[in-house]
Ligand binder design. Structure first.
Ligand SMILES: *[C@@H]1O[C@H](CO)[C@@H](O)[C@H](O)[C@H]1NC(C)=O
Ligand SMILES: *[C@@H]1O[C@H](CO)[C@@H](O)[C@H](O)[C@H]1NC(C)=O
Ligand SMILES: *[C@@H]1O[C@H](CO)[C@@H](O)[C@H](O)[C@H]1NC(C)=O
Ligand SMILES: *[C@@H]1O[C@H](CO)[C@@H](O)[C@H](O)[C@H]1NC(C)=O
Ligand SMILES: *[C@@H]1O[C@H](CO)[C@@H](O)[C@H](O)[C@H]1NC(C)=O
Length: 307
């Protein structure tokens, strides 16, 4: 259930809809699909007929409307940008645009819960709702897009726990998920599924992420500035890892020597944890300076002080 009436001022609404149109040549010379045109009218109305959409009228091809573009193959690109006083939440009518591949509503003042009806957009491959004021929890339904490989929900006010099977429910194996800069709490899911890149920095997550690093498919794990607490000593690292950021947590134990065997590793940061023991050497580890390791309980050896 969604609050039926939320009034929001949108100063920077960026809203990109790709591939809205099927290639269905009509008798008229108008490129715009009539069904989509009707839907766009409904969206305009849901946003309170903002002044900036005054060019959206029946007298013109929607491909010529402000913020709407159609390319040569009839795929349409709709962008709402910097529309002051645009009012409303994400209108449910968006789900009628069945061919939508990309939905970008970042950098606005949108609030309320993230609508789970978005997952009806079966062709969506990219969803960007970052830099808004969305609150409530992350709905499990958001992991059920069959074609999604980019999801950015960062810099909102999302709270609650991440559903247990959230990461393992994504279908594709090249998914990038950004949930950083929110107020998510509770234990992290034990499995990262097949996620390719995960950004969870600056939340209040607790629990054990030690099983996440095994995945051969995962490239990037950013868990910095949370409250995770697990023993790093016997963590296994998948060979595809390029970027590991664990700074500012409560991780204990020691740094496994196997880390030196990660040939792709470009960034590593375990500073501000509770780690102890001698730093392993060799391989990619040689490139990291003290700022990757400082502020731990008792780590020692180059580039820190000798043991
Ligand atoms: C968002 O809305 C609030 C009040 O509703 C307003 O003070 C603020 O300036 C708005 N922010 C942006 C980026 O438009
Ligand atoms: C646009 O024209 C169609 C067909 O004449 C009509 O059904 C529809 O109500 C009109 N929409 C608006 C918003 O004027
Ligand atoms: C992710 O995989 C899908 C399906 O195989 C593919 O269409 C898409 O281009 C891939 N995206 C990236 C960023 O690699
Ligand atoms: C962490 O795990 C290692 C290896 O399993 C074990 O030897 C060590 O005692 C553990 N450290 C702590 C603080 O529990
Ligand atoms: C690791 O994180 C800490 C804390 O944010 C930061 O001060 C340090 O510069 C980072 N190290 C590297 C190598 O970026």
């Amino acid at each position: 259930m969604w609050p039926s009436k939320i009034t929001i001022s949108l100063y920077y609404l960026s809203f990109v809809l790709y591939n809205i149109l099927l290639i269905t040549p009509s008798l008229s010379s108008e490129l715009c699909n009539p069904n989509d045109k009707a839907t766009l009218f409904q969206i305009k109305q849901s946003f309170g007929n903002p002044y900036h959409l005054a060019s959206w009228t029946n007298q013109t091809d929607c491909c010529h409307w402000y913020s709407v573009e159609c390319d040569r193959t009839n795929h349409r690109d709709l962008t709402f940008r910097k529309l002051p006083d645009l009012i409303g939440q994400i209108p449910v009518e968006i789900t009628k645009l069945k061919n939508l591949k990309s939905l970008r509503l970042d950098s606005n003042n949108l609030s309320g819960p993230i609508p789970s009806f978005l997952s009806r957009l079966k062709k969506l491959h990219s969803l960007d709702l970052s830099f808004n004021k969305f609150s409530g929890s992350v709905p499990l339904s958001l992991a059920l897009f069959p074609n999604l490989y980019e999801m950015d929900l960062s810099r909102n006010q999302l709270s609650g726990t991440i559903p247990k099977s959230f990461f393992s429910s994504f279908k594709l194996n090249n998914v990038t998920i950004d949930l950083s800069h929110n107020q998510l709490s509770g234990r992290v899911p034990t499995s990262l599924g097949n996620v390719y890149e995960i950004y969870l920095s600056r939340n209040q997550l607790t629990g054990d992420a030690s099983a996440w690093f095994r995945n051969r498919n995962t490239r990037l794990i950013d868990l910095s500035r949370n409250k995770l607490k697990f023993n790093l000593s016997s963590v296994e690292f998948g060979l595809g890892l390029e970027d590991i950021d664990l700074n500012h947590n409560k991780i204990y134990g020691s740094i496994p020597p196997s880390l030196a065997g990660l040939t792709q590793l470009q960034y590593f940061n375990v500073s501000y944890n509770q780690l102890c023991g001698r730093l392993p050497t060799g391989g990619q580890l040689a490139q990291f300076d003290q700022y990757s390791f400082f502020h731990n309980r008792c780590l020692c050896g180059a580039p820190l002080t000798p043991c």
